[in-house]
Design a protein around this ligand. Structure first.
Ligand code: 7RM
Length: 654
């Protein structure tokens, strides 16, 4: 095959699992890879049978690209699997430990969860919500958020969670696209010591026009805004108080819709990614058990918001389907101090932490004394998701958070894949920092060139090296069933580059030990003097320099080379900026990964433009470096960041 993306970064440090971890691990036998590969349908069917089915399924999988069905004819309910079966066996077990930003704490047991979710389910029915309807959830990170998701699942309505940081326009657009009958919101939620006025934003969205919405349910969280009177707005507490705690779980077909979740993508209107019940629940259940090694005594702290897929799969559905205990936090990581996550872990004795590389790099920047001052000895496993994790951040996470004793799972997956696809298994995999290692058992990844040629990788031990486009080779249970109301866009976005195969939009390399290295979005790949270079690799080499805290790299148009490399770099706070240092950093990249990757332009800056879920928006950096008007900035966490960068750039260019 040809090389559509080069793989320049070589990292050979190796971290095998400790013997005592292996001895207790949910998965410790490497033979499961071969077993799953030999008959992937049988492998997934075995996991599906660990769920509770009202009626058993017949055929395991039916697939004609791009349409898949899993566990055909089976009937189940996600809320039954996440609540009732545990509430019966163990009603006093804590399902959710929650801490609000002001420091208030609540423990919700499985028994309480069943009653609360049932009452809300009955309340939604009273408002006219029926099986198959959609409900929009716009809540802060409070226990009522997973409760609302599960109440929908219980009565057979699909939820669409809209992240509480989104604007009225975004809420309106998603509510209308999903044709939601009800919006569930709150008066507000706490973030950085302030109340985010969710009800006010909801009222604004409704007043701009949400024709399908018949009622709005308002939780009292912040106590800031009076709930409007009339029959349209309902106080959660009043609505739920009069409801029975008996609300039967609707038997859902395995292929009935569980939720829609909107992803912004880089251009165009958000895509409503659809997930169904049986396959999604099976794979979130299985991956939670194997990737996170989840045990009954674990306290699992996933720092994502339920507005993102990570919060759907690894706060609500995966951990609760396992009967686990999750720790949920409402607010910002630096409120009141930059040690907030570590204080949460110390106070609630979290055993597993799942967070994002952007957060880890921020913690590195803030300084290691924050975690050092807290007792993190309860931790036994760490996870990473959202972006490639550069080896420096991996090693820092391992040392300063895991104290050298916690395995790290770097999990590659997408909203569209629903659950982990490429990840270490902590009792089996010998990690290399920065590699997401191997496909989860049962998953097959192809690494294709433009012509659609290249090897298929399943499990450890692949024998070819290659780099190219990441394609998923066979159907998997939690794959998206499409874009809501837009089958053409679904086909065009994911299934047409390599006809009949799922194209993830990411680049990937496999090294000669069969380890996979994610290379970032293919739209970000640079073409420099005939070489396809991944922005991720140059960024990783930049932050490998001791003076650099964070970096983002883009290719800008260049007359001779096609593209030149422009690097936006944040220096560590204690470092003084000098021309010699800038040269030294550029040289460091050349030494680390080769002279072809030496940045042509270096911009020292204070912040990088990121989406609200923390991914760097390189498209805007390209606009800046090429002196263009900025494209769509509505999904930015902080729009002032690009404005500042643009000014800085223009000053520099004169
Ligand atoms: C879970 C989530 C998906 C995109 C994906 C990648 C990137 C996510 C990793 C990663 C390298 C990882 N869903 N990505 N995890 N890249 N290593 N471990 O993030 O739909 O919001 O984003 O995120 O580019 O395609 S998502």
């Amino acid at each position: 095959m040809s090389q559509p993306i080069e793989n320049l970064l070589h990292e050979n440090r190796n971290f095998p699992p400790a013997a005592d971890f292996v001895a207790q691990a949910n998965a410790s036998d490497p033979a499961i890879y071969a077993e799953a590969d030999a008959d992937y349908e049988a492998w997934w069917a075995k996991w599906a049978r660990e769920l509770h089915w009202f009626e058993p399924f017949g055929a395991v999988c039916e697939f004609e690209a791009p349409n898949a069905k899993w566990f055909l004819g089976g009937k189940l309910n996600a809320a039954y699997n996440c609540i009732d079966r545990h509430a019966e066996a163990n009603p006093d077990k804590v399902a959710i430990i929650w801490e609000g930003e002001p420091g208030d704490v609540r423990h919700v047991t499985y028994g309480e969860l069943k009653d609360e979710v049932s009452r809300l389910g009955n309340a939604l029915k009273q408002l006219g919500v029926q099986k198959g309807d959609r409900v929009c959830i716009y809540l802060p990170m409070v226990p009522e958020l997973p409760m609302a998701m599960l109440a929908c699942a219980r009565i057979g309505a699909a939820h669409t969670v809209v992240f509480g940081g989104f604007s009225a326009e975004s809420l309106q657009e998603r509510t209308n696209d999903a044709e939601a009958k009800v919006i569930i919101t709150a008066d507000g939620g706490w973030r950085r010591g302030k109340v985010v006025p969710l009800l006010q934003i909801t009222e604004e969205a409704v007043s701009k026009g949400c024709p399908t919405v018949q009622s709005v349910v308002v939780l009292n969280r912040a106590g800031d805004y009076p709930i409007p009177t009339g029959s349209f707005y309902h106080a959660w507490s009043e609505l739920v108080a009069s409801q029975a705690t008996d609300c039967p779980c609707e038997p859902m077909d395995s292929e009935d819709m569980l939720f829609i979740l909107y992803t912004s993508g880089s251009t165009g209107k958000p895509k409503g990614i659809v997930h169904t019940t049986g396959g999604y629940l099976t794979q979130t259940y299985a991956t939670t058990k194997l990737t996170f090694d989840l045990k009954p005594d674990d306290i699992f702290f996933c720092t994502a918001d339920c507005g993102w897929v990570t919060g759907h799969s690894y706060i609500t559905y995966g951990p609760l389907a396992n009967g686990g205990t999750v720790l949920m936090y409402e607010g910002a990581p630096d409120t009141p101090n930059k040690d907030r996550f570590w204080r949460l872990i110390e106070r609630h004795k979290a055993t597993i932490l799942y967070t994002a590389p952007t957060a880890i790099r921020t913690f590195m920047k803030w300084g290691e004394h924050f975690p050092a001052d807290c007792d993190l000895s309860s931790l036994r496993l760490l996870g990473s998701v959202g972006e490639p994790i550069n080896p420096e951040a991996w090693v820092w996470y391992h040392e300063h958070i895991g104290h050298g004793k916690c395995p790290i799972v770097d999990t590659w997956w997408q909203t569209e894949t629903g659950a982990h696809m490429v990840t270490p298994l902590p009792g089996i995999t010998a990690n290399k920092p920065g590699s997401a290692t191997h496909p989860f058992p049962g998953i097959a990844i192809s690494i294709l060139d433009e012509q659609g040629e290249g090897p298929v990788v399943t499990g450890p031990g692949s024998e070819t090296t290659a780099s190219g486009f990441l394609v998923i080779d066979r159907p998997w249970p939690s794959m998206t069933r499409g874009i809501y109301n837009d089958p053409e866009r679904f086909q065009a976005t994911y299934w047409s580059k390599f006809p009949g195969k799922y194209f993830a939009g990411d680049g990937v390399a496999v090294d000669d030990d069969g380890f996979l290295w994610l290379l970032g979005r293919v739209d970000d790949i640079m073409l420099v003097a005939g070489h396809n270079i991944s922005t991720m690799e140059v960024e990783s080499a930049l932050v490998d320099h001791h003076a650099v805290a964070e970096a983002a790299v883009i290719g800008r148009t260049h007359d001779l080379k096609g593209q030149a490399i422009a690097a936006f770099v944040i220096l560590k706070s204690e470092v003084t900026e000098t021309p010699a240092l800038v040269d030294e950093i550029r040289r460091h990249v050349a030494e680390k990964i080769g002279p072809i990757a030496r940045p042509d332009d270096m911009y020292l800056c204070g912040e990088l433009p990121k989406t609200r879920s923390g991914k760097i928006m390189r498209r805007l950096l390209r606009d800046i470096a090429e002196g263009r008007a900025l494209g769509d900035t509505t999904t930015l966490a902080d729009p002032s960041v690009v404005a500042t960068l643009k000014l800085q750039y223009e000053e520099k260019e004169g």
